[in-house]
Design a protein around this ligand. Structure first.
Ligand code: PBG
Length: 348
């Protein structure tokens, strides 16, 4: 008879035992790296609140993608920082807009070896920083905004995006984009829907990265989700799937692991979690203060997101994790000497 209190520790005794019973693995195939591309700069610019992340020039963005793919990270998501903004955010669908130019360059340079994803929204391009057209009363006009999203989807697909990722949280955005893509003969373009996207305080550093401030001290609570709601997130997931989403996203990640799990139970399509800028910045700040072991906490965070049910993670950690993953799996001890020893002569 075993003592039940000893049973669970037996499988934790050595690193080799722990590895064979590990339920969750993290690989570079799981990671999507965000790439910020800023129009009109000649040198990459650091982002104070996102240490280690840069606003790229077109050139440095291509170098970054090249290095990421050598490290095993095959997917990137582009965010544009235009030189000029306007009320509608026209840079988002202009064929000469920064993201379209970057997509064409990357497609030319990397062929199909890299998965190119483009965030599909207007907030980086609008003078007021909202994700759509304002209706005159300070609110975002849902249906007028869908017309813009359709143009962006086609422009991004024309430029070579494999996947478009609508992030504006307008109702009906997936159906509208699918119809526009199909009509333009882009039936193969994948839609990754930011389905359960919360109105979160964890996006702060991202807004520095894309130079966005929402006009009049506004916020996105009129279109993004209320952090108090979980059932509503499932409504979002279900409606995006019904509208034709090929993949769904939960965002942010760490504070919404319950939503990732519920999504996993609801659907078998790939689930992407966005480990957002504020989540990354908190890790980096605590690490810089010597308060936590940064690399270990980073791996633990991403493993937790996968354990909850995510297939893929968009993360600013992609590069550093990929760099360390090669050395991440601890080497097993050398096999016992006897195996190498010559077989003793058999006595006749
Ligand atoms: C909207 C968008 C945002 C993020 C991704 N896409 C910002 C927002 O909704 O305010 C945030 C990502 C992050 O914080 O890392 N285009």
């Amino acid at each position: 008879m075993t003592f039940p209190q000893r049973r669970l520790r037996r499988l934790r005794r050595t690193e080799a035992l722990r590895r064979i019973v590990a339920e969750t693995t993290l690989s570079t195939d799981d990671l999507i790296a965000p790439i910020f591309i800023r129009e009109g700069i000649s040198e990459p610019q650091p982002i104070d609140s996102l240490p280690g992340v840069k606003q790229h020039t077109l050139d440095s963005a291509m170098t970054e993608i090249d290095e990421l793919s050598q490290l095993g990270v095959q997917a990137v998501i582009f965010f544009g920082v235009p030189a000029e903004k306007d009320a509608e955010g026209s840079g988002a669908w202009d064929p000469q807009g920064i993201v379209q130019v970057a997509l064409r360059l990357a497609r030319e340079r990397f062929g199909d070896s890299v998965v190119l994803i483009s965030d599909l929204c207007v907030d980086e391009y609008t003078s007021h920083g909202h994700c759509g057209i304002l209706d005159g009363k300070g609110s975002v006009d849902n249906d007028a905004t869908l017309e813009l999203y359709k143009k962006i989807a086609v422009a991004q697909a024309d430029a070579g995006a494999d996947i478009v990722a609508p992030s504006g949280m307008m109702d009906g955005q997936v159906a509208a984009i699918r119809a526009a893509l199909d009509e333009a003969d882009h039936t193969e373009t994948v839609i990754l829907a930011y389905a359960a996207k919360y109105a979160s305080s964890f996006y702060g550093p991202f807004r520095d990265a894309v130079d966005v401030s929402i006009g009049d001290g506004g916020d996105r609570k009129g279109y993004q989700q209320d952090p108090r709601n979980g059932r509503e997130a499932m409504e979002e997931i279900r409606s995006d799937l019904a509208e034709g989403a090929d993949m769904v996203m939960v965002k942010p990640a760490m504070a919404y692991l319950d939503i990732i799990l519920r999504t996993r139970l609801e659907t078998d399509v790939p689930i992407v979690a966005y480990h957002v800028s504020g989540e990354y910045a908190m890790l980096k700040a605590a690490e810089a203060n010597g308060w936590i072991d940064g690399p270990a906490a980073a791996v633990e965070s991403l493993v937790a997101i996968k354990r909850a049910g995510a297939d893929l993670i968009i993360t600013y950690l992609a590069r550093s994790i990929a760099e360390s993953l090669s050395g991440f799996v601890p080497a097993l001890p050398a096999p016992p000497k006897a195996i190498d020893a010559p077989t003793p002569e058999l006595e006749s």
